[in-house]
Design a protein around this ligand. Structure first.
Ligand SMILES: Nc1ncnc2c1ncn2[C@@H]1O[C@H](COP(=O)(O)OP(=O)(O)OP(=O)(O)O)[C@@H](O)[C@H]1O
Ligand SMILES: [Mg+2]
Length: 249
């Protein structure tokens, strides 16, 4: 469903993505982990057609995001790390706008939008301006926008940041259900517990290269059977040398 082929992205002399290859089947929940600056957001932006690759390509259900952007974009949804939503629209107007962009028939929008407001408990604020929404409410509105057009692939960059425990649980359940229905989910996260519980496979990226790939169990078998994902992540990414840094305290 999702193929990343020999993907490289440079910013000046910096190689943010270094010959990345990934193949993600339909219905998989894929967790993309890595330290700050590893290249996660850059990869997601390229996959969604927001950045041009320096080399290589991305295929979404067979469509090259660079060559056939409209076809590819029709079947994807993105929940970015810093979403932009028009502050002077109401929540309902925003969803109607998204619905029109994706050419969803008005009747379908009228049925689905209230269902989404119900699901995310945004009913009370549906006709208020987005600028009055809290961070978590905005996050839920962006998720509603993505779910509105039934994408085959959903990209999420740090999806749980700012969500209260109930909303975070709801979002997890939504993703499990979507995955069972064949929707492919590609998410970057720093919350290793989420990756551990939710993801069928995990890819760890460091300085633009994938340094580990597989299910949590495979990673444990290959790296250290009795270690949890946090220990494995820190061992692989060299995050355990903090004792040296504490001397600056
Ligand atoms: N527009 C840009 N211009 C120059 N360098 C950039 C640009 N965007 C990203 N970079 C660099 O590319 C590298 C990868 O950044 P990226 O945002 O993809 O990391 P990330 O893995 O998402 O990190 P984080 O966990 O902090 O979100 C970093 O070194 C960053 O400084
Ligand atoms: Mg990022």
């Amino acid at each position: 469903m999702l193929q990343i082929i020999n993907l490289t992205k440079t910013f000046g002399s910096l190689k943010a993505i270094d010959n990345l290859n990934l193949d993600i089947p339909e219905g998989e929940i894929f967790g993309f982990l890595g330290p700050n600056g590893a290249g996660k957001t850059t990869t997601i932006k390229i996959m969604c057609g927001l950045l041009k690759p320096t080399e290589g390509k991305v295929l979404i259900d067979g469509y090259d995001i660079q060559k056939e952007p409209e076809k590819a974009k029709q079947i994807i949804g993105l929940i970015p790390d810093h979403p932009f939503i028009y502050p002077k629209l109401t929540g309902r107007e925003f969803l109607r706008f998204i619905g029109s962009l994706y050419r969803i028939p008005l009747k379908e929008q009228e049925e689905k939008i209230p269902e989404l407001f119900n699901m995310f408990e945004l009913n009370q604020w549906s006709d208020d301006l987005i600028e009055s929404y809290s961070h978590g409410m905005q996050q839920k509105l962006v998720m509603s926008g993505v779910l509105l057009h039934n994408p085959k692939v959903i990209f999420l960059d740090e999806p749980m940041v700012g969500l209260d425990p109930k909303s975070a649980r709801l979002v997890k359940e939504i993703f499990f259900n979507l995955s069972k229905r064949g929707v492919t989910i590609f998410m970057s996260t720093h919350t290793l517990e989420i990756a551990e519980k939710m993801c069928h496979r995990i890819g760890i990226i460091q300085t633009g290269k994938v340094i580990a790939l597989g299910s949590k169990e495979t990673l444990q078998e290959n790296i250290s059977p009795d270690k949890n994902l946090e220990d494995i992540f820190l061992e692989l990414t060299g995050g355990t040398e903090y004792a040296e840094l504490l001397k600056y305290l």
